[in-house]
Write a protein that binds this ligand. Structure first.
Ligand code: IDP
Ligand code: MG
Length: 150
């Protein structure tokens, strides 16, 4: 079972799209593992986006993600990494497929509403960065056998 960190970034929160993002992930069949609402400390933002340090958009990205509260979550499921990134759509909203969140609600790469982990390894690392072990909820749903093949 793969796990992904999902953030509804400050623009998504300000625009009232937290419920929309959660609804789409729930309907997809993914299972919520953890959630918290927080204003991101600069230190956490810098660690989370360390891979982008030095890029022209880095300072703006840190300013954006720390500017107002975010909804941070962990979602799990089979193929969760690819499935969630597909539901989010391409990084640049004008390249995102119709029906994806970034296509349906965004126009600018610097206001693209969500974050999702890009690999199984990063899903685990970002989950550990944003959540304590005791904040992760292990549970099952009666419907799981109708969504998960095994
Ligand atoms: P991702 O969020 O789809 O994984 P990344 O390439 O990892 O995309 O970039 C992280 C975030 O940095 C993007 O979601 C976006 O908010 C921001 N970003 C990426 N490229 C640009 C850019 O060219 N201009 C402004 N912001 C950018
Ligand atoms: Mg990324």
């Amino acid at each position: 079972m793969e796990r992904s960190l999902v953030l509804v970034k400050p623009d998504g929160v300000q625009r009232g799209l937290v419920g929309e993002v959660i609804a789409r992930l729930e309907r997809r069949g993914l299972r919520l593992v953890a959630a918290k609402f927080l204003q991101v400390p600069t230190q956490l933002a810098e660690t989370h986006y360390a891979i982008h340090k030095g890029k022209p958009f880095y300072d703006g990205l840190i300013a954006y993600i720390t500017s107002a509260p975010v909804m941070a979550m962990v979602w799990e499921g089979p193929n969760a990494i690819a499935a969630i990134r597909q539901t989010m759509g391409a990084t640049r909203p004008w390249e995102a497929a119709p029906g994806t969140i970034r296509h349906d609600f965004a126009l600018e790469v610097g206001r693209n509403l969500t974050h999702a982990s890009d690999s199984v390894e990063n899903g685990a690392a970002e989950t550990a960065l944003w959540f304590k072990a005791e904040e992760l909820v292990e549970w099952s749903r009666d419907v799981d056998r109708w969504i998960f093949e095994k």
